[in-house]
Write a protein that binds this ligand. Structure first.
Ligand code: NAD
Ligand code: TYD
Length: 356
């Protein structure tokens, strides 16, 4: 089965993974149009897409996925044949201190998007249609020392973030089962790479090491995450969008498990060398802090279904990916300063007078 979308609505395309996806999709699909619907929360940065501002295949609309009128208008006017839904509140720590916005955006926002997509798909304005829900391995909860998450693992989310993503996934499933809507669902492991907001572990480590700031390690540092380069995630999403059977679910992961403390030590050591600091100098910045409440112990993805059915495999080794990511942050310290200060918004307003 093959599907060739002509007009994609990407939600949350100004965030980390969405912006990387837009770059790679437009590069690989000349002739397709991409509309990026993003409300620009603290995590949405138009700087991530600056190089596309004059590309006629790309347009940005500032708006909320929960705005049914706007969503309906975009779907109809632009003859959207695929919705790729990245928009979300995405940080576990923020979901612990303020869960409400997570339910509003991730559950209610997704429901609005699904409902408007259903009406649009049923109206027959487009011949074929897909709704791709971008989800996370965190919906499966936590693993012990062995085993992997498969697509059959029962959902058992432990944080308000993962609970809200699981709620959205269940709605996506319901729209397929109830209305026959051609939905797809991907569940990926932890991503790393360019344009990653520096509140998440890897960019936070790089940024803090450069600035000789403490490196907070939660609990004993023995939690395990399964890291995948964001470009590999973007490639997997494209493969699923174009070739997966409607109604299917695919795990995405790189078979790349690390204890948090080992990642911290690795990034410290690579940056000792790169910054000309003495061996072990950056490790002195490591500070063990109070554990995150409900902290999932281990995530590990079994992505064999995706490989078997659709032939996807990661292209990056971790060695290459982490080295390139460190170089990217070293050469984009201005980006970090802008996204953390909010000045990109002032820049955008000055250039374009607010929403495009
Ligand atoms: P992010 O926080 O970097 O970006 C989220 C984007 O969504 C931002 O641009 C934000 O402005 C936008 N947004 C938030 N609320 C919105 C709303 N109501 N309307 C329109 N736009 C809104 O997130 P990310 O890390 O790029 O994650 C993208 C998706 O991938 C999320 O759905 C997340 O659950 C999922 N995911 C992330 C990871 C990861 O490691 N980061 C792993 C697996 C899955
Ligand atoms: P994070 O990047 O927030 O992703 P997630 O919680 O979605 O997996 O965190 C990755 C791991 O690193 C997680 O086990 C929590 C831990 N962590 C720290 O130890 N210190 C930190 O400052 C952060 C942000 C995360």
């Amino acid at each position: 089965m093959s599907f060739a979308p002509q007009s994609i609505l990407v939600t949350g395309g100004a965030g980390f993974i969405g912006s990387n996806f837009i770059h790679s999709f437009l590069a690989g699909n000349p002739g397709s149009q991409v509309t990026n619907l993003d409300v620009l929360t603290y995590a949405g940065n138009l700087n991530n897409l600056r190089t596309l501002e004059n590309n006629p295949a790309y347009s940005f609309v500032r708006g909320d996925i929960g705005d049914a009128t706007l969503v309906a208008q975009l779907l109809t006017e632009r003859k959207v044949d695929a919705v790729v839904h990245f928009a979300a509140e995405s940080h576990v720590d923020r979901s612990i201190s303020g869960p409400e916005i997570f339910v509003r955006t991730n559950v209610l926002g997704t429901q609005v998007l699904l409902e408007e997509s259903r009406k649009h798909w049923q109206s027959g304005v487009v011949n074929d249609f897909r709704f791709l829900q971008i989800s996370t391995d965190e919906v499966y909860g936590s693993l012990g020392e062995s085993g992997f998450f498969t697509e059959e693992t029962p959902l058992a989310p432990n944080s308000p973030y993962s609970a809200s993503k699981a709620g959205a996934d269940m709605l996506v499933r319901a729209y397929h089962e109830t209305y026959g809507m051609p939905t797809l669902n991907t569940r990926c492991s932890n991503n790393y790479g360019p344009f990653h907001f520096p509140e998440k572990l890897i960019p936070l480590l790089i940024h803090n090491i450069i600035n000789r700031k403490p490196l907070p390690v939660y609990g004993d540092g023995k939690n395990v995450r399964d890291w995948l380069h964001v470009n590999d995630h973007a490639a997997a999403v494209e493969v699923v969008l174009k070739t997966a059977a409607p109604g299917s679910i695919y795990n995405i992961g790189g078979n790349n498990e690390w204890f948090n403390i080992d990642i911290v030590n690795l990034v410290c050591d690579l940056l000792d060398e790169r910054l000309g600091r003495s061996s072990g100098e950056n490790r002195t910045l490591i500070t063990f802090v109070k554990d995150r409440p409900g902290h999932d112990r281990r995530y590990a993805i079994d992505a064999s279904r995706l490989k078997r059915d659709l032939g996807w495999e990661p292209a990056y080794t971790f060695e290459r990916g982490i080295a390139e990511t460190i170089e990217w942050y070293l050469s984009h310290q201005e980006w970090v300063a802008e996204v953390t200060s909010g000045s990109y918004r002032e820049y955008y307003t000055q250039q374009y007078g607010g929403a495009a």
